[in-house]
Design a protein around this ligand. Sequence first.
Ligand code: ADP
Ligand code: 5GP
Length: 191
Amino acid sequence: MKQGKVIIISAPSGCGKSTIIKALRERGNIDMGFSVSATNREPRPGEKDGEHYYFLTTEQFREAIDRGDFVEYEEVYPGRYYGTLRSEIDRITGEGHNVVLDIDVKGGERVKKLMGDRAISLFILPPSVDELRRRLEGRGTDAPDVIDQRVGRAEFELSFAPRYDCRVVNDDLQEAVDNAERILKEFVDAE
Ligand code: ADP
Ligand code: 5GP
């Protein structure tokens, strides 16, 4: 069976990664399973364990590191760890499906290096940093200090955009999903 390919999607928090990935999966034109990462952050209202993330305690996250469970992991915010599980990638690509990873810029670079031509990296850009803040505020899931932290990190993350294989600006959502779909479909359909 043909092994699935790896789709890496990164962007500063609030740029619309989750929204775009959800829309792409709902449209169903590209076969892709979502790799559920592990994190030690608290679940947001509505987030389910095993669906959005595997929510671990810091102790459990450390144990997973020691067991070598992660392809990569990062401390994306101080004390907040996120990691891509080897078992998720193997399970999804082993069944012949492509896999999509919603991961931060450092993790994205690491996985791209590891996977080479088997992976494509896509960066989602916000129309502006001001709009990014408005979206985080509008999402209403993070406290003001957390929003400040996320906007503060955005500039660092945006500096990685030129190093990704391709970029899509998420201004009009439908247009962004169309553009992402076109780019990713071409990649997964290529031999
Ligand atoms: P991320 O996964 O990158 O952190 P989300 O997908 O949660 O970002 O999006 C952040 C907020 O912005 C959400 O409330 C979402 O509904 C909203 N949003 C996403 N894309 C757009 C867009 N093109 N225009 C306006 N709001 C958007
Ligand atoms: P959030 O807390 O908003 O869900 O995610 C915060 C950041 O962590 C986002 O940039 C997201 O892409 C990143 N992230 C989620 N899972 C992983 C992962 O497994 N590895 C890495 N390196 N980053 C991740």
